[in-house]
Design a protein around this ligand. Sequence first.
Ligand code: NAD
Length: 487
Amino acid sequence: MTTPVYQNFINGHFLKNQSGETFAVKNPATDDVIYYVEVADAFIQNAAIQSAKQGFAAWSTMSPIERSRILLKAVALLRERNDLLAKIEVLDTGKPWQEAECVDVQTGADVIEYFAGLAPAQVGQQQMVGEDFYYTRKEPLGICAGIGAWNYPLQIACWKSGPALAAGNAFIFKPSEETPLGAIKLAEIFIEAGVPAGVFNVVQGAAEVGQWLTQSADIEKVSFTGEVGTGKKVVASAAGSLKDVTMELGGKSPLLVFDDADISQAVSAAMLGNFYTQGEICTNCTRIYVHKNVYQQFIDELKTRTEENIIAGDPLDPNVNFGALISKKHQQLVMSYIDKGISEGAALLTGGKTLSPASAPNGYFVAPTVFIDCTDDMTIVKEEIFGPVMSVLTFDDEDDVIHRANDTHLGLAAGVFTKDIKRAHRVIHQLQAGICWINSYGNSPAEMPVGGYKQSGIGRENGIETLDHYTQTKSIYVGMTNIESPF
Ligand code: NAD
């Protein structure tokens, strides 16, 4: 059987590039090349802009309720094809089917559905100014670009295109070069649902194609998900044409477990926030601060549950709940952090090695790893690892742990476990993070805005306010009286 080659998706169909350049995509659980993708060369880039201009002309003049109706058809198709799309995500990312089947497609569809519902409800304002008055219109920006990370490829494409399209923009999306297929399937679904050709285009490639998107003067906005370092390059490059930016970047988020907390629940949160999607989640609570009084109980239960309940293996096996990391390179990076943790004096409670499960012997697995005896200055406690590596620290004073939790240039997420409701709110209000959970961790419904403080981001995704990030306000002053002029 020949290995498939996917082209860029421009103006409603696949378009062959002129350079002939392609790149290979591997299944992280098997190390096999599963398909090739054509790189978006200059010909494709130019075609994408022309296509998006035409798409914008058609889409932005439709009524919001018409756009909403079409987007809701896309939502229905996403849900109908859940299993097919979830399988694509498993093969591209290495995450367990168990997760993809009930999370990836559904949370993507939820967000498009949410913004489709809001599209017709967006209104301007009007106000009398003496006998004259003004009114405002919420107008789309034009052509917007999205650049995605590899951990939730289809979900990220939905989270970016949902509000953009609902507001009447055209979109050019570049998925991560590690996981390019989900976005193509979304593009096909949009066309099938009735979104005009050119409204949603997919260009493929790595940093160079991303750079082109951030530089193009025809693009009004770029919404980026990825590392802090890449985000800085994107903002710098977007400044050349004064593009609007949304930045969804990395984190090193703290979870504070007080001594009155439900410890089993806190262990569940810590495990979800470090081992779900094999640790490749931006909001993960990779710094767990546990009150000294409950520390032993916490780590005993954490060790038992990590060693007994986590099943690594072929991600397509429905019993497997822990998958392979995205690439060999990333596996090596995660292992280098583990080595640093050991050399800097942290103690391994469990894990700390690569895995080679019988059902997926060539996959890029790293065992769920917990470090104890950690201190705030250790590299593993300071830097985002983006793998299944948890650092546990202790505390005994509320003000001190808040200070330590905030002592970082990142501020994506934070969590608190306590039964004292006053303390829960008092503490969470002082934590410098954009996405916070009390006695919970990780849930991110379409209705809730998400984004980072400090260097973890700019702007928000999801929630009503995101529509404002995809529109611009036009103010129109209406003269009802004669103009008074000194001339
Ligand atoms: P990355 O920064 O390496 O790549 C992200 C995307 O940027 C890819 O599509 C890549 O091709 C592109 N790119 C690379 N260089 C570029 C450049 N100079 N200009 C424009 N585009 C460029 O990130 P990654 O490894 O794919 O993803 C992991 C990171 O993403 C982690 O740091 C994680 O925390 C973060 N993340 C954040 C969120 C969030 O919502 N805050 C969600 C998921 C992932």
